[in-house]
Design a protein around this ligand. Structure first.
Ligand code: ADP
Length: 439
């Protein structure tokens, strides 16, 4: 390009020199200069016209031919066009392949712009969410998926949360929805068909609820007989008495397990919203402390209570009593004799209510902490059996707290102790003074 530019300058200089020489010969330098410049300008205008016509006609036509700088310019533009066309073709192919891939996915996919405006979806997404092309393009997803649970889920904008709900396009199906933000205020909604999983889960829940219910009656009968037999020890030898005692212990353990299973499946199956009774948590904790002291017995734990006497909660007293009791009794069970346990109940700086159960016990290795709330998950199975634990305590805590939109946080250090915190949202908090005013 640089060479052509130099050649063009030389061409102009040569033209002007010839014009001056001829002008000198005929004694009309200015006239010949003007004629030669006019000629050069006309040639430039003709080339500009060619360029304009070529670009206006579209890219399909080959470039006009010309000499010098103009010829070079045409060739460069043509090369640039070809390179762009190639890149465009590659992008189109990539887009087509992306669409093919998302169409082949068994999950529904919806691409959304800012404010949840729908831009694109795949076939499965259209069927699950009942979206129609083209009228739903540019609509807000919350205007089309009319489900109150979906609306509050979408407004919460928590990308780790998954919502299960009936598919708007087929109410016999259950879908699990997740919204992931990306790019500039864009988000990707994925919907997965979990109908079968949900059914299996329901069967499992029903099975546990039924089996624990069915086991309770024979266990009660057996425990009753064992109780009666242990009282009437006159005709029994020592060996039989020991066997009966052992059977009594085991049936008590089984009874506790069945009770925990029933409570857990009740918490899991409960569809109705939780009760909104006012709970006097300070009194509840005082009773729990006394119970814990009884459980500790000769092990002589120091149990300290540090509560805000005015801080009450809205919720279900029975459910929260089970949750708090599990945490406090665990602290006793997993803290060596004469250990320290502190129960704190206070309002934090953001107005949330917090229960903290802190012990100076054996602690939990960090890799176990994530799994502690799973059913039957125990760090040390033998030790848990020894303490009479069912392995369901923390699962009950988690479910009871979930039903109250509260969170469980666990901190622990092996050999130094553990700290279990239940954090309740501001809207579940009330105060003793407010209750009196209402009354
Ligand atoms: P369990 O009935 O076995 O106590 P949980 O669900 O209540 O079952 O607890 C699960 C496991 O978590 C326990 O087996 C124990 O290993 C561990 N754990 C719970 N609380 C504590 C604690 N305060 N200190 C140490 N380990 C604990």
């Amino acid at each position: 390009m640089n060479n052509s530019w130099n050649a063009e300058v030389w061409r102009l200089v040569a033209l002007l020199t010839i014009a001056i020489v001829v002008g000198l010969v005929f004694d009309h330098v200015l006239l010949f200069l003007c004629i030669s410049l006019a000629g050069y300008l006309s040639w430039t205008l003709i080339n500009l016209r060619h360029l304009h016509r070529w670009l206006a006609k579209g890219k399909k036509y080959s470039p006009p031919t010309s000499a010098g700088l103009w010829g070079q310019l045409f060739t460069e533009i043509y090369r640039l066009q070809k390179r762009n066309k190639k890149r465009q073709r590659r992008l189109v192919n990539l887009l087509a392949r992306f669409r093919e891939t998302t169409e082949a996915m068994p999950d529904g996919v919806v691409v959304m712009q800012a404010n949840g405006t729908i831009e694109w979806w795949n076939d499965v997404g259209a069927k699950m969410l009942d979206l129609n092309y083209p009228q739903d393009v540019g609509q807000r997803i919350t205007n089309l998926v009319r489900n109150p649970e979906f609306l509050s889920f979408y407004q919460r904008a928590d990308q780790d949360e998954i919502l299960s709900m009936p598919a708007p396009g087929d109410s016999n199906k259950t879908i699990a929805i997740q919204v992931t933000p990306y790019g500039h205020e864009q988000s990707l909604l994925t919907a997965r068909d979990v109908t079968l999983l949900e059914r299996v889960e329901q069967i499992r829940r029903d099975f546990i609820a039924n089996i624990s219910h069915e086991l309770r009656t024979p266990l009660t009968v057996m425990s009753g007989f064992l109780e009666a037999m242990s009282g009437d020890d006159l005709n029994m030898d020592e060996q039989t008495q020991r066997s009966i005692k052992l059977m009594q212990q085991q049936s008590k353990r089984m009874y506790r397990l069945v009770e925990d299973l029933m409570l857990l499946s009740k918490l899991e199956n409960e569809q109705k919203p939780i009760k909104h009774e006012v709970i006097a948590v300070p009194q509840m904790l005082q009773t729990l402390k006394e119970e814990a002291q009884v459980v500790s017995g000769p092990r002589n734990h120091v149990i300290e209570l540090d509560v805000d006497e005015t801080l009450f909660l809205y919720g279900d007293a029975k459910e929260l009593d089970s949750a708090f009791s599990n945490l406090v009794i665990n602290a006793v069970n997993y803290t060596p004799d004469n250990g320290h346990i502190t129960i704190k109940w206070y309002e934090d700086e953001s107005g949330r209510a917090v229960l903290r159960v802190i012990d100076s016990g054996i602690g939990i290795p960090s890799h176990h902490i994530k799994r502690l709330t799973e059913r039957f998950y125990r760090v040390d199975v033998a030790r848990s059996r020894e303490t009479g634990g069912s392995g369901l305590g923390l699962a009950i805590v988690k479910h009871a707290l979930n039903r109250h939109s509260a969170k469980l946080k666990i901190k622990s250090e092996v050999g130094r102790g553990s700290e279990f915190s239940c954090i309740f949202n501001k809207d579940a908090v009330t105060h003793k003074s407010d209750i009196r005013q209402v009354i």
